[in-house]
Each structure stands twice: as C-alpha cells, then as structure tokens.
Design a protein around this ligand. Structure first.
Ligand SMILES: *Cc1c(COP(=O)(O)O)cnc(C)c1O
Length: 391
C-alpha cells in the first residue's frame, strides 16, 4: 500500500519515466478533434441542445434524489419508453453512467457459485464489475473467440449443472473498433443456458442500418441477447446509460442494482436531450451514411500511404505503433498541427500495443481527413526527431 505522499510522488515519477503519466488536456475549439466518441456529431445538434435548455428552464436542473426516492422524473420515464421502442426490448432502465450500469448488472445477476466469462478486451467497467461481483469462477477468453467461450460454458455446465453462467462482451470494442462475434456468442449462450450481456456503448446510434446497434448489425433479436447495455455519452452526445431487457430483469435490477439504487438520478434535462438525440439517430440517417463514407475514405487514404490500421469498419480506427514513446511523440506532433489524436497507452490497452486511436465523426469533412492522414504519415517517419516529446 502506498501510505505516504512521498510514495505517491515516487510512483508518479516512475510513470513519468515510463511515459505513462496521463493528463486531462482541456478541449480547445480551434483543434480538430479525432478523439471524441461523438460519432454522429449530436452533442453539437441545435435540437439536442435546445431540448436540454428547454427542460432545464421549464422544470429543474437536477433530479434531486435517486430514482427510488423522489428523483424519477417525467423526462426519465419518457426516455425509458423511447429506449424500449428504439432497441426493441420490452423495457429499459436509465442509469447515471455506463460504468455504473455495468457494475449494477453484473453484481445484481451473479452469485458466488456462478461463472463469469468475459472477452479479454472488454471495457474496464465490465472488468471492474466482474471483480465487484466476487464470483468464484471468472475467466477472460481470447479476444472475439466464440469457440473458446463456448467450450468454457460447456465444461462449466457439465461440472456444475446447477450454477448459472454469464457471458459479457462489448458489442464494438472501444480501443480496437472491431465487433464481437455476437451471433456465435448468442448461440453458445442459448445452447448452454447462460446469460448474455452486451455492452453496446460504441454500437448504439452507429452501426445497423437504423443505428440500433450491434443487434441490428448482426441481425439478432432482443430475445437473443437478454441484457443490452448502452450509453448516452458516445453517439447520442449526452451523458448516462441504459439497460434494456424483459420486465422481470429490470424489476430485479430496480431491487438489487446498487449503482441504480444508491445514486442520484440523471439530471432531467440530460434525459430530455437524450430522448431528442434518439429521435435524430433514426430521423437523420444521413449522419450514418456520411460517417460510413468518411470511414471508407480514411481507410483508403491510410492504405495508400502505407499506414496500417487495425481491421475495423466502425468510426474507431486505431493505428497501433507499439512503443509508448513513439506513440506520444506522434500524438504531440499532430497536436502541433492542430489535430487532436490522443495516444492510448497501457494499461488501457495491452503492453506493447500503444496506439493512436483515431475516431471519426459525421461532422468531419474529407479534406480534414486528408490533412490528418498526411500528418500521420509525416509524424510516423522513422527519422522524425524525438524533440516533439518535450512539449
Ligand atoms: C464509455 C464506455 C463505458 C462507460 O460509459 P460511461 O457512461 O462513460 O460511464 C462502458 N462500456 C464501454 C464499452 C464504453 O466504451
């Protein structure tokens, strides 16, 4: 344990020495942002901002309490109905953040003797949820390997007939941009009577013809994925999260999900803005079409310049550099040109896979992508002076 401030200072100095210290850089309007998760540009949308302002002016700024005390407002109720309709589930429950939704779902569903299976590259909040759930058996299967997951489920069932199993996966992997093999995972979970929990933080609004996310993308139905989690802070451009499922599941979460029960409800204006954003996801299909066009343009341009991106068809387009110092230097070089691409380093990604995680948005234009591609090529020249690191 790091008991003393001196020990913390030493630990921080060690991070500095390894180029692993992080800083919250203030967002600057003049910069071209290729790091946000605002894939559709909805946080800039006048209708979304107006919905938030109108609700604040006509009702209240904050919820005032948790949902089960007196903090559940009409705006939350309207949003939950809109979410159920949008996702095709019987019902939805609003959580204050995606992190809390994941903690709440896994701790409410799992018991000591159950098995928890997770993709090795799942988001940190699912990994933490697994720790908090304190199951005796917890296993992370190789990334996107449905066959390995199926084998585990089968083995567990043969050995422990009575206990339940739960498999949790990101729908779209946040740092790689690839999609989970959901149809295979759903089939494996169905065959072995396991819960399937999909965290679709980067899928909702973005993939599927109507932006309904991973299920729509893979042609799955609500019945194939008993628990769907989505967040509002990414493509919907606001803040918060939801869990969709059948009524019994949501009723259980209401009784047992501590991160739902013991926290203040989302501010009603945020809920109102999110309901508006949800409408725009379907009404303004051009945003997804433009995004798809930009993704194609970016991938083509990268290939032409010899930049090897991870295989991804989503707006998350990572360029793995590997070495932490080189990745930081490239990020700083881009920053000097007014381009914001954050360096993603361990422990957010596995050791040796530091990367520039480029994210695209419907607000970008082709010439801006060309500018980024040229700057990426230049900043990754092998003889690029390392002096950029000084900043
Ligand atoms: C961002 C994210 C979360 C956390 O959502 P917040 O609402 O920001 O707390 C959870 N899961 C995934 C996959 C994410 O990308």
């Amino acid at each position: 344990m790091r008991r003393k401030p001196e020990a913390l200072k030493r630990a921080l100095a060690e991070l500095d020495a390894q180029h692993l210290r992080r800083y919250p850089g203030i967002a600057v309007d003049s910069e071209l942002d290729f790091s946000s998760n605002d894939y559709l540009g909805l946080r800039h949308h006048p209708a979304v901002r107006t919905a938030m302002a109108d609700c604040a002016l006509s009702t209240v700024a904050g919820a005032g309490a948790s949902h089960l005390i007196s903090g559940h407002h009409a705006a939350h109720d309207a949003l939950e109905h809109a979410l159920a309709e949008f996702t095709g589930y019987p019902a939805a429950l609003v959580f204050s953040t995606g992190y809390m939704a994941n903690l709440g779902v896994l701790t409410a569903l799992l018991e000591r003797d159950d098995l928890l299976l997770q993709d090795r590259l799942n988001h940190a909040s699912l990994i933490d949820a697994g720790l908090l759930a304190r199951v005796r058996e917890s296993h992370r299967y190789p990334h996107a390997n449905a066959a390995a997951a199926r084998e585990r489920l089968q083995e567990f069932r043969q050995r422990r007939g009575e206990a339940a199993a739960l498999l949790a996966t990101d729908g779209v992997f946040s740092m790689d941009g690839d999609v989970a093999p959901l149809a295979e995972l759903a089939a494996a979970c169905h065959a072995h009577e396991a819960w399937l929990v999909v965290d679709d933080a980067h899928g909702i609004g973005v993939i599927g013809a109507d932006g309904r996310g991973s299920l729509e993308h893979h042609g799955l139905k609500a019945a194939d994925v008993p628990v769907l989690i989505g967040t509002f802070g990414k493509a919907l451009g606001t803040f918060g999260a939801f869990v969709a499922g059948d009524k019994a599941l949501l009723e259980w979460l209401l009784q047992r999900a501590r991160t739902y029960i013991y926290t203040t409800a989302l501010p009603p204006p945020v809920a109102a803005a999110t309901t508006q954003a949800l409408q725009l996801v379907t009404a303004e299909k051009w945003r997804r079409e433009k995004l798809a066009e930009l993704i194609g343009h970016f991938k083509d341009g990268a290939a032409r310049r010899g930049l090897s991106l991870l295989p991804s068809d989503t707006p998350i387009q990572p360029l793995v550099i590997g070495d932490v110092q080189r990745t930081l230097a490239a990020s700083h070089a881009l920053r000097a040109r007014g381009l914001r691409v954050t360096a993603i380093r361990p422990p957010t990604v596995p050791n040796g896979s530091a990367r520039l995680r480029v994210t695209l948005s419907a607000r970008h234009e082709r010439p801006q992508l060309d500018m980024l591609l040229d700057a990426l090529s230049a900043s990754l020249e092998p003889n690029q002076p390392a002096t950029e690191l000084a900043s």
